[in-house]
Ligand binder design. Sequence first.
Ligand SMILES: [Zn+2]
Length: 423
Amino acid sequence: MRFWYSGEMTEHLFYQDPLARTFQAEIREISRDRRELVLDRTLFYPEGGGQPGDRGTLQGFAVTNTRKDHDGKILHILESPLPEYMPEHRPDYTPDDTPRRTGESISEGTILTGELDWDHRFDYMQQHTGQHLLSGALFRIARANTVSVHQGAEITTIEIDLQTLPRETLEAVEDEVNHQIRLDAPVRTFTVDQRELEHYPLRRPTSRTGTIRLVEIEGIDRVACGGVHLPRTGLLNLVQTVGHETIRNRLRLSFKIGNRALRDYRERHREITRSAALLSCHPRDLPHRIEAGQRELQDLRRELRLRTEALARHILGAADSPETPRELLLEKEPEELLKALAEEACTDRRRRIILVNRCGGEALWAIVVGEDHPFPQEELRRKVLAPLGAKGGGKAPLWRGVLPEASPERIRTMTRAFLDLWP
Ligand SMILES: [Zn+2]
């Protein structure tokens, strides 16, 4: 049986055998830039119905996408322009292929061997067929209609016309679909005239007219669909629900389908086993151990803050009278100590102090001028910061920033300029 549609120049091999990976076809058209080819027959599915276009090779030349143009022609999009002549020996795939000779011209009429990127195609047939089963089970078990579907590179999402779904219902849907996978039910596609549709009850009505392609999963589901499907449900292996969110009053469910679900289980198992080993606990105790660890970390942070504040009070208390402008130089101290010192310095209205903490090539500085003194904003900019290219600013009584290339000489120059503001 040949699958031709009126007005189309390419035979749809992808509908005849969904598990075929290689084929031979004659070039019908080559675009002017030689980046798009139309063939007389093809296994490359053109993107549509949420399924991406196929990728692969034609006589070894990479095909990055397949799509229909506005006339319905199936375009094979090449990664780089098709050469005028065979550049070298190109791979052949079946014994009766005519070997391609170097120098043979490539033009309309040339026969090419095509090969699908099978991992890509098989993955998306699993996503698409899995989505049929999931939408069917959601309809039967939860009376939920599928509103939209997205087949992403990582997950497949199904949006339904409900706002919420109890966890048990979602688990029942997942169990039902995995049961249908184990049944290894045949998936059949056939076309009917729209007048015959009444004999084929569909899960969701179709707005298509004329000849309509139906997809029937034996004893399970029947819808109108133009995609490519697995021939049996057993090839799906597994489906797994991985998330849900409510968007614009609709529930969007996320799934790992087919080999993606198996890979996901393997990765999760590895990650969880490793995490449990790091915390020396059983995987089931992980949430409890992580919560306990977070609480402990919070307590330690609080303790550290209190001790840093106490240290800052002690350092400033040991200083001379706060009435005297002064400098305080630190070397590689934690940022928190400089912050605590600056905050502590702000509590005394009489204080005038410059704090500098040198870390590696630069230094963090803080300047406090208490409320008993007018804040020397202009002079700070002009006499202390600008000559050294120091960055920073703030609001009285506290300014802070960074001094680049913080050599001891430059730090001294900066602190002296600050102290000179009060001769
Ligand atoms: Zn379909």
